[in-house]
Design a protein around this ligand. Structure first.
Ligand code: AMP
Length: 397
């Protein structure tokens, strides 16, 4: 089966075409600066065929260019657009309705629209992508894979906020969690690598990238996660605060006259590691400056380590037993020193990693040392593949 995976942002459209029988990515690329000056790249296999500025007035035009490239007689990878059996879309927010991926019916589309209020930066572009695909590929099954669905198994004591119940009942204000497709992918890989039934495993999955979240997976299913109603909560991130006292919002408002939404925007875009270091939100820049003796960069790095330890420790205590820890995403897969320092402080709970095995970047590796009671893994995330697998399963039904 041939599956097109589409991840639409407000001005971008990322795509990958999978041959599910061969478990192969046939082509992939990115259309960006849509409705601005326009840019597109296209790789067939691992080879970049083109990378060029091109007018992309809207997502529909971008998608048409994607189809044109995929079916091009010279460098295309399929003969005809009807060779695409189904399209899988990444959708960030599925609210409380979707605990699994769904074929996109008018009702599902309407619900994605309704949940835009909870993900104003993400759901509207996903809808634009879905509608563009419907136009360009009207007869092809479309599937929505929700970032929130993996977290729908959280019990009430994890997802409810301790505020008057009417806010939950009337406005669905609660913890939803994010990066669910990534947490699910690495959980499933970890279960396979452990060779046990998922119900026997308590896993802590650490998705550490520009946005970061940590999830407690109890008996194979999400029990708690560090992001909240929005992706602002939890760990310190590149430009996001993570958890802080909400009174800070009204205090800044009173002191400076900044509106609540401007303060939240500042918390999302100008805070976190960027604000503390004063240098960058990129961990590579921060680590380099810290190594050169920059004090603020050193504090930023320490805050990141502390934040990761904090959630691992909290979730270990909540679950009562940990069988495995997984590191994934840009920082989790690549930052050898972070893994060493975080795991080094978790020896009291049976975590022990092997320095040599830990000397790895972006490769699926077990880094556990002999004598450990908790297994530790680096597992590169693959959200696109997870979306393709779900799409194939639903399209084949
Ligand atoms: P992501 O959002 O998953 O693409 O991750 C982006 C983050 O990964 C950025 O903060 C990068 O600094 C970080 N990152 C990427 N490569 C490395 C590396 N080799 N060492 C440390 N951090 C890295």
């Amino acid at each position: 089966m041939i599956i097109l995976v589409v991840n639409t942002g407000s001005s971008s459209l990322k795509y990958q075409l999978f041959d599910m029988d061969k478990k192969e990515v046939l082509a992939k690329g990115l259309c960006e600066r849509i409705a601005e000056d326009g840019h597109m790249d296209y790789k067939a296999g691992d080879k970049t065929v083109f990378d060029k500025d091109i007018a992309l007035p809207n997502h529909g035009v971008a998608l048409q260019y994607v189809i044109d490239a995929l079916t091009d007689s010279e460098y295309g990878v399929i003969a005809d657009m009807n060779d695409i059996n189904a399209v899988g879309h990444r959708v960030v927010q599925g609210g409380h309705l979707f605990n699994k991926s769904m074929v996109i019916t008018p009702e599902v589309e309407e619900a994605i629209d309704r949940f835009s209020v909870l993900a104003p930066l993400h759901n509207p572009p996903a809808l634009v992508g879905i509608r563009a695909c419907k136009q360009v590929l009207p007869n092809t099954t479309q599937v929505a894979v929700f970032d929130t669905s993996f977290h729908q198994t959280m019990p009430e004591e994890s997802y409810l906020y301790p505020i008057p119940m009417e806010y939950y009942e009337k406005y669905q204000i609660r913890k939803y969690g994010m990066h669910g497709t990534s947490h699910r992918y690495v959980t499933e890989r970890c279960v396979e690598l452990c060779g046990k039934d998922r119900s026997e495993l308590n896993i802590i999955t650490c998705h550490l990238g520009n946005g970061s979240s940590i999830t407690a997976v109890k008996n194979g299913y999400c029990y708690n996660t560090s992001m909240g109603m929005t992706p602002l909560d939890g760990l310190i991130m590149g430009t996001r605060t993570g958890t802080l006292d909400p009174s800070v919002v009204s205090f800044i408002n009173e002191q400076t006259g900044m509106s609540a939404s401007d303060v939240i925007s500042m918390f999302n875009k100008k805070s976190g590691l960027l604000a503390v270091s004063g240098i960058s939100g990129d961990v590579r820049d921060i680590s380099k400056a810290a190594a050169e003796g920059n004090h603020r960069a050193q504090i930023a790095r320490e805050m990141l380590l502390k934040s990761v330890r904090h959630f691992i420790g909290a979730y270990a205590a909540e679950m009562g037993r940990v069988d495995a820890i997984v590191f994934t995403a840009g920082i989790g897969e690549n930052d050898i020193d972070l893994r060493e320092k975080v795991c080094g402080s978790l020896e009291f709970m049976g975590v022990k990693i092997d320095a040599e095995k830990n000397n790895t970047r972006g490769k699926e590796t077990e880094i556990t040392a002999p004598g450990a009671t908790v297994r530790t893994f680096v597992i590169p995330t693959n959200e696109e593949l997870m979306i393709a697998i779900d799409t194939e399963a639903l399209a084949g039904e």
